[in-house]
Design a protein around this ligand. Structure first.
Ligand code: ST9
Ligand code: ZN
Ligand code: ZN
Length: 324
């Protein structure tokens, strides 16, 4: 758990509420309640994105494709450096301009407001692979990937979630501004700008620009979701063989360095979210280092080689190799 992710007691809780949530208790799980509004939202989104893919391959201008890729990178790094490494884990500090920039970049990824994203993510770290994990990977690939976004949350998520301290977010005006104005901000950042720029700047058809903006959104969602699904299922466990999160190179490449998930769950406060000595498969670290160099980011937290190696020797699956 991140150092700042302290817990606080909410209103009086019953014994059942305070007890740690059980793992793999499918038999006792309440029936799954599908939220059809969310199913409809994701279905329409995927239909539009297939149309976007067809237009991307057959008709769109190359500038639109390059711009779509650029927006994917902007939104993706907004998630990794912003919502994840800064706001969820406090693995570094950012000045006001950097927080504003990261908030706008994150909003381009269209993953709800920062407050909700962080609330779920802190809970995910505290109760991984239990009923209180919002995207519990023991419920299968589909549930961990996106199924959890179309059903009501397990009661344990809501009960255990009441212990999550979010006071640091509530004290950050950038986070609270984004929460208050999420819908208009998302309309502009997720679809508005990515549609208007190609239309106004190089004469892309409005429909193609829109469909490729939707395609960019869907690809960003899947890139993020793979961390919860694939990186919780496939890969080595060099740092801790007792947990599900794994080192997954393919996810790391797609998700800007967030696939080194066995390391991340072992040392969640490390701003690099990996042990790699350079930026291979970890674009986000390069982004944070750049802003550190110009003085916008500070207090970068990391872990000494000695601690990592001792943890790997004690808990790893034997696949650990110290980086050069
Ligand atoms: C999306 C998010 O896609 C993806 C997040 C992925 C995270 C990945 C992390 C991996 C690491 C980093 C990797 C980055 C890689 C990036 C690569 C980029 C290429 N604690 O939610 P509600 C309570 S969003 C405490 O409605 P339901 C609370 O009281 C996509 N309490 O639950 C709450 O009220 P309020 C677009 C909690 O009714 C109340 O319950 N968005 C907690 O069960 C109701 O909450 C969508 O599709 C908690 N954790 O509905 C929308 N949670 O909020 C998706 C809840 O007022 N969401 N409570 O305080 C929904 O429609 C609904 O949330 C639902 C559940 C249907 C899923
Ligand atoms: Zn994390
Ligand atoms: Zn995880």
């Amino acid at each position: 758990m991140a150092p700042n992710v302290a817990t606080r007691r909410g209103p009086e809780l019953s014994e059942e509420e305070v007890a740690p949530p059980a793992a793999g208790s499918a038999a006792k799980r309440p029936p799954t309640e599908i939220v059809w509004r969310s199913v409809a939202f994701f279905t329409i989104l995927h239909i539009l994105s297939v149309a976007g893919l067809v237009r991307a391959l057959t008709a769109a201008r190359w500038q639109t494709l390059v711009f779509g890729l650029f927006c994917y990178c902007i939104g993706g790094v907004g998630v990794t450096a912003g919502a994840h490494r800064l706001w969820s884990h406090r693995s570094f500090s950012a000045n006001l301009p950097l927080r504003v920039l990261l908030m706008l970049m994150y909003t381009m990824a269209g993953q709800n407001h920062i407050h909700e994203w962080v609330r779920d993510h802190r809970l995910h770290h505290r109760h991984s692979e239990t009923d209180a994990d919002p995207h519990d990977a023991t419920r299968g690939f589909f549930f961990a990937h996106c199924g959890w976004l179309v059903v009501r949350k397990h009661p344990q998520v809501k009960l255990q979630g009441r212990h999550t301290d979010l006071s640091d977010l509530e004290a950050d005006p950038v986070v609270m501004f984004q929460k208050r104005w999420y819908l208009p901000l998302a309309a502009v950042m997720v679809v508005g700008l990515p549609t208007l720029v190609p239309y106004l700047c190089w004469g892309e058809s409005l429909l193609d620009a829109y469909l490729i903006a939707v395609l960019k959104y869907v690809v960003t969602l899947h890139g993020t979701w793979l961390v919860n699904s694939a990186a919780h299922m496939w890969g080595m466990h060099p740092y801790d063989r007792h947990i599900h999160p794994a080192e997954n190179r393919s996810v790391a490449a797609l998700a800007f360095g967030e696939g080194w998930h066995n390391y991340h769950h072992s040392f969640p406060w490390d701003y690099k979210a990996a042990e790699l000595p350079n930026y291979t498969g970890n674009v986000t670290t390069g982004f944070i280092d750049f802003f550190h160099r110009i003085g916008w980011a500070s207090g970068l937290k990391t872990v000494s080689a000695d601690i990592i190696q001792r943890r790997a020797a004690r808990n790893g699956d034997g696949s650990y190799k110290a980086p050069h």
